[in-house]
Design a protein. Structure first.
Length: 123
């Protein structure tokens, strides 16, 4: 025979809630430029972000290359253009035979947590 047992409120296990990561407002979008020689990074909704850093790594003709950058959330929404290649004195050389492209975005939140997004990109 089954019986119902009443459990007092004090006997119930307390549910501890942690502050959820407020990422609902933060967004990012990645898009290859039409000529496939750059990655366009769009960032927005940064009310809860304290710091934003990104890294793009890839190989060109078997040589590892990379781009590191950051954005100050207080400056608001932004668009960055990450060009595949090297530039010096406004003279740029486009990278060729791109492989192993990975983009990583790190968002440090005001509550101390860090959101990491990683993308594999096919140029």
């Amino acid at each position: 025979m089954l019986g119902l047992v009443a459990v007092s409120a004090s006997a119930r296990k307390k549910l501890v809630r942690r502050n959820p990561i407020p990422v609902g407002s933060f967004w990012n979008k990645l898009k290859l430029r039409s000529d496939h020689q750059a990655l366009l990074l769009l960032l927005g909704g940064m009310q809860h972000a304290a710091k934003i850093e990104y890294q793009l790594t890839y190989s060109t003709n078997g040589v590892a290359q990379g781009i590191n950058g950051s954005h100050e959330p207080a400056l608001g929404n932004t668009q960055k253009e990450l060009v595949f290649g090297t530039c010096s004195n406004n003279d740029c050389i486009a990278a060729t035979n791109l492989t192993d492209m990975i983009f990583e975005l790190r968002v440090a939140l005001e509550n101390g947590q860090t959101l990491v997004k990683r993308y594999q990109i096919s140029p």
